[in-house]
Write a protein that binds this ligand. Structure first.
Ligand code: PAF
Length: 282
């Protein structure tokens, strides 16, 4: 595996591979890699000739300075995992390489970016659009891979790609979970042992709600999830929305969407966890 530190190298290496007709799979990450990231890498490995993984904690998508400061950074361990996973290139730049000047672009991301994470974390999705648009431009990807844990993020990235004229495939990959159901996240390492033991209640409640939903309204299902999760010590729901899986707009009745998805954000102590679940209401 080759480590690339500069934009110029990334652009020229992937540009010439692409000209030679090699397919390139891009996996953008913020490092602190876990099995969830590795599942994206292995899918990219299967689908493409060349796999590029970026490892960059993107400051413009953090609206909370403490979150940016405490975000785990584990470059040596990340490189070992990527090497083992058969990655061809790891792009690991400094902030000054990505943002020699402040990025002042404001993307017209529309309604998909206005709700949930967009409402709770002002500027977050614009920052995601900034970094991902740069990575797309410099990596010449045939396909780019994102995890469905950040369900809304994928819709926002699709919108950004449409605005910017990127035509490569954007591949959404299923959430990876621990054996006890907790969605894998780089933030999980910040949970205390007691919090870690309780956190799977989020996924368990979401799973239980798929049965509950069959005999209850959208509103009742939202209340069930929120009240159940809040009944556990350490857990405090920030929001639970049931939205249409394509538009991200909240639905009022099950019949409003062919693809309802429940999206939750929960504070476990001061660690912000997110998860989601699909509903199949026949
Ligand atoms: O999902 C993430 O880890 C980040 O938001 C991404 C897509 C790598 C952009 O920094």
């Amino acid at each position: 595996m080759e480590i690339i530190r500069t934009v110029a190298d990334l652009d020229s290496i992937t540009g010439s591979l692409s000209e030679q007709g090699r397919t390139i799979g891009l996996v953008p990450t913020m490092g602190a890699l876990h099995a969830g990231h590795l599942s994206l890498v292995s899918r990219a490995r299967k689908d493409n000739d060349i796999v590029v993984v970026s490892v960059f904690v993107n400051p413009t998508q953090f609206n909370n300075p403490d979150d940016l400061r405490t975000y785990p950074r584990t470059e040596a361990a990340d490189c070992a995992l990527l090497e083992q996973a058969g990655v061809d290139y790891a792009f690991i730049p400094e902030v000054s390489e990505i943002y020699p000047e402040p990025d002042t672009r404001v993307f017209d991301l529309g309604p998909v970016a206005e709700v949930m994470e967009g409402a709770m974390r002002p500027g977050h999705f614009n920052g995601v659009a900034q970094i991902v648009s740069k990575l797309f431009a410099w990596s010449h990807p045939t396909r780019a891979y994102f995890g469905e844990k950040d369900f809304q993020q994928i819709a926002v990235i699709r919108r950004m790609a449409e605005l910017e004229g990127f035509t490569h495939e954007i591949v959404a990959c299923p959430i990876c979970r621990e054996d006890d159901g907790l969605a894998l996240s780089s933030r999980n390492v910040r949970l205390s042992p007691e919090q870690r033991a309780i956190a799977p209640a989020i996924a368990r409640t979401l799973a239980a709600s798929t049965d509950w939903a069959k005999t209850h309204t959208v509103e009742q299902t939202k209340r069930f999830v929120t009240e159940t999760v809040n009944s556990f010590p350490h857990l405090k729901v920030e929001y639970y929305e049931i939205v249409d899986g394509a538009t991200m707009q909240p639905i009022e009745q099950w019949s409003d969407s062919a693809e309802p998805v429940g999206c939750i954000t929960v504070y476990c102590g001061d660690v912000r966890l997110i998860d989601n679940i699909r509903y199949n209401i026949a």
